[in-house]
Design a protein around this ligand. Structure first.
Ligand code: NAD
Ligand code: WQD
Length: 336
């Protein structure tokens, strides 16, 4: 297939692009590099042994999208979004513009180019403060911060678009907590600035680049009091996109699908597993809860298995091992 990967130099997009290129798909990446490095394109080529086309451009720019969709594209995979919850609270308009306007623009460009298949990066954030876990795709949806609002609005507008264009197919992939890196250690999570998520911060602490990890609260109603999440290896996510491509090509309409392992781990369990597997100490301090955090969230991943024939293969040990290999080999992230 000819695939346009919007946001393909980012964390999840780069791992997915490697897998797609290795399978012989023609991959064209469109990314404005607002949170990624151009070096990623070389690394994808190096790992996959295949050339991947790259266009530096913004999905809010019609000309960039026209270039991205030129020559016939079978499917668009849409990773391009701003994703920090904290930033979104400080700069909501920027998030609305980038994520929501960008998605409207993308759908308009796809309409003009006659492209009918979309694989969309949604998030477990759409479940907000879920009352019951595990969450299924039918669990109530809820906005708890501006970033989450953008994901819900994007899901909704894709759903509405599918109703108005009955031939159009979209999977709304709700990722839980992606962690880890490609086993080669060549690509991984290389955000610009200080990471807000647990695993990339933990590896910085393990590498001695930060003095300690703050554990945000140990008084949650969970077995050890710390937050519980469904961590999923980024290579498992990448594989799920391959299955979603074939699903979306055969099934019109908008289909939300959880992508998680179906198992939750606490912050302390993650720290302990990391220390055991990587043989490094992770100094930590218990601090106040982080505003907006939920106690526990993990997926019911049954639908992914039923519709996509996909299930996560990698365990927490492998997630830690690969995240650490990436950190050790790339102590300052991608070269600038
Ligand atoms: P990322 O920031 O590493 O990748 C996103 C990429 O999109 C970056 O390379 C960035 O430069 C690009 N981008 C952003 N806005 C753009 C625009 N307007 N035009 C062109 N390119 C643009 O993030 P990621 O972790 O790889 O996340 C990918 C997608 O998955 C996002 O939509 C995110 O909301 C979603 N998601 C991420 C997580 C997570 O924890 N990483 C969890 C659930 C959902
Ligand atoms: C995980 C656990 C924290 C950092 C976020 C977004 C969600 C999705 C994934 C995009 C929690 C604890 C964290 C730290 C800690 N992203 N923690 N110390 O909050 O589950 O989800 O990323 O869609 O929308 O909200 O992920 O990695 O930030 O936190 O104790 O320095 O680790 O309290 O329990 P989260 P996270």
């Amino acid at each position: 297939m000819r695939i346009l990967v919007c946001g393909g130099t980012g964390y999840i997009g780069s791992h997915t692009s490697v897998v797609l290129a290795q399978m012989g798909h023609e991959v064209r990446i469109l990314d404005n590099l607002s949170n990624s490095s151009p070096v990623v394109v070389e690394r994808i080529g190096l790992i996959s042994g295949r050339r991947v086309e790259f266009i530096k451009g913004d999905i809010r720019d019609r000309h960039s999208l026209a270039d991205g969709l030129a020559g016939g594209v079978d499917v668009v995979i849409h990773f391009a979004a701003l994703k920090s919850v904290a930033d979104s609270c400080a700069r909501p308009l920027e998030y609305f513009d980038n994520n929501i306007s960008g998605t409207i623009n993308l759908l308009q460009a796809m309409t003009a180019a006659g492209v009918r298949h979309l694989v969309f990066s949604s998030s477990a954030t759409v479940y907000g403060n879920a009352k019951q876990v595990p969450v299924t795709e039918e669990s109530p949806l809820q906005v708890v911060n501006p970033y989450g609002r953008t994901k819900l609005v994007m899901e909704d507008l894709i759903r509405d678009y599918c109703v108005s264009h009955p031939e159009f197919g979209a999977t709304l992939l709700r990722y839980f907590n992606p962690v880890g890196a490609h086993p080669s250690g060549q690509i991984g999570e290389g955000p610009i600035g200080t990471p807000g998520n647990l695993m990339p911060y933990l590896t910085l602490v393990a590498a001695g680049k930060r003095p300690f990890l703050q554990v945000f609260g140990n008084d949650y109603p969970t077995p050890d009091g710390t937050g519980v999440r469904d961590y999923i290896h980024v290579m498992d996510l990448a594989e799920a996109h391959v299955s979603a491509l074939s699903y979306v090509s055969r099934n019109p309409g908008a289909t939300p699908i959880n992508l998680g392992t179906g198992r939750g781990y606490s912050v302390l369990e993650l720290i302990q597993t990391f220390e055991r597997i990587c043989g490094v100490e992770v100094p930590y301090r218990i601090v106040e809860r982080r505003a907006g955090d939920v106690a526990a969230l993990w997926a019911d991943a049954t639908k992914a298995q039923e519709l996509l024939g996909w299930r996560a293969r990698f365990d927490l040990e492998k997630m830690c091992e690969d995240a650490w290999r990436w950190q050790v080999g790339n102590p300052d992230g991608y070269p600038t």
